[in-house]
Design a protein around this ligand. Structure first.
Ligand code: PMT
Length: 399
């Protein structure tokens, strides 16, 4: 986001306070931010705070300054590389779609040619109202980017759709679209993530500690590089990254079906998922009652990646290996056995690498090159390195 000029326009939703954190996070990522507020929004969040956090005076729709508008709204509009309305109320969405420009927010958004991003937040009934939906659809058809509101507890005391997503998610959504490159344009990347779950009975399963963080970071990075991204995910607590085709699965068999059925039309597969090697032979139809002891018979699951490697055509296959010892040797065995183009061998014996942490480290292994050691870093950063390697592999294969 470094050097990007972003206007954050705040309308009078109760979630206006969350826009403060959005501004702060954008600035931490290197963006320069100017804030526009509607007069009503100043009753909910202070322009002083926005001024402090953004480092610029806030542009307000004060009628006493009307003589400055012509200068200021055009200057702001041309300055912007991106224009974000957060939160966007039903009223402001309606005004923008109707072409009403009667305050600083609606005037500047009409005057700018920068890409526009709308983060609606309102009561569920207002959001579902056909008028709001028509206005959002209309804006979408005009090229405005609309973020889906989250579900959850709303200030009006009900639970439903219409909540402003968390600032971190809003900034990730913006970053995914603003920082897009075209390195992987036209390339379809399928990423698997999370730990599969093998049912024992309707309420219990065998699982593992994968959080999905590594796979989701890779999917986000692939979106940023312009790829068409399919994210096949075992259950996680993460929000779905914007811009991906999301395919939820649970067991190894359902993941295999999801991956195999798409394989023919995919250029790159990155298997970051932790797939259970075994499943329960006889799943109980009803919840198993307490007993002194029990024995579960397990059968081997198919190795999804090895299967892909055995009928590889044009595809590039990137695997992961969760190792606790002989990381390079065991990893190299997997490169050969699974017919991979690259493998990320992470040392999961370390507390700051592998499962359910934000950082990772290990080696990049190849069938025909020396291993590359990767120091400990954030999973989002490692995802950048992994996808850079993928860009090179794609170029070499002339995909
Ligand atoms: O999700 P996080 O909390 O962020 O953690 C990340 C991670 C540790 C899960 C990830 O970095 C990782 O190492 N994923 C692969 C874990 C694993 O299953 O390793 P493996 O050595 O058992 O398998 C090797 C490769 O074969 C993997 O790409 C795996 O997806 C694949 N596999 C394994 C078994 C199986 N039955 N089918 C497979 O396709």
């Amino acid at each position: 986001m470094r050097g990007k000029h972003i206007i954050v326009a705040v309308s009078a939703g109760i979630a206006a306070y969350k826009a403060i954190e959005v501004v702060s996070r954008l600035r931490k990522k290197g963006a320069e931010v100017k804030v526009v507020m509607t007069r009503n929004a100043t009753n909910i969040a202070s322009p002083l705070t926005f001024g402090e956090i953004s480092g610029h005076p806030v542009a307000l729709d004060m009628f006493e300054q009307v003589h400055q508008w012509d200068v200021e709204h055009i200057a702001l509009a041309t300055w912007a590389d991106a224009y974000v309305v957060v939160p966007a109320t039903a009223n402001v969405i309606g005004k923008i779609y109707a072409g009403i420009a009667d305050d600083m927010l609606t005037t500047t958004i009409m005057a700018t040619t920068a890409p526009k991003y709308i983060c609606p937040a309102m009561n569920t009934e207002m959001y579902n109202n056909p008028i709001t939906q028509r206005n959002l659809e209309g804006l979408r058809s005009l090229g405005y980017h609309i973020m889906e509101p989250a579900e959850g507890w709303l200030a009006c005391g009900v639970t439903g759709v219409g909540r402003l997503p968390e600032p971190v998610a809003i900034v990730e959504w913006l970053e995914a679209q603003l920082c897009k490159t075209s390195e992987l344009e036209g390339i379809t990347v399928l990423v698997t993530a999370g730990g599969t779950q093998e049912n024992i009975d309707p309420v219990r399963y065998i699982g593992n500690r994968s959080s999905g963080k590594m796979g989701y970071a890779i999917a986000e990075q692939a979106v940023r590089m312009g790829a068409n991204v399919i994210l096949v995910s075992a259950p996680t607590s993460l929000s779905v990254p914007s811009g991906v085709e999301f395919v939820p699965v649970d067991s190894a068999l359902s993941m295999q079906e999801a991956v195999e059925s798409r394989y023919k039309n995919v250029d790159v597969v990155v298997m970051a998922a932790a797939v259970s090697d075994f499943r329960v032979l006889h799943k109980a139809e009803q919840k198993i009652k307490k007993m002194e002891s029990m024995t579960l018979e397990l059968v081997k699951n198919p190795d999804i990646l090895q299967g892909l490697g055995s009928h590889k055509e044009h595809q590039i296959l990137v695997g992961f290996a969760a190792e606790t010892e002989h990381v390079i040797k065991y990893g190299q065995d997997k490169v050969a056995r699974k017919n991979l183009d690259m493998l990320v061998a992470n040392d999961v014996s370390k507390s700051n690498a592998g499962f359910n942490v934000d950082t990772n480290e290990g080696y990049f292994l190849y069938p025909d090159k020396e291993p590359k050691e990767m120091a400990n870093m954030k999973k989002s950063e490692l995802a950048q390195y992994i996808m850079k390697e993928v860009v090179e592999l794609v170029a070499n294969k002339h995909l």
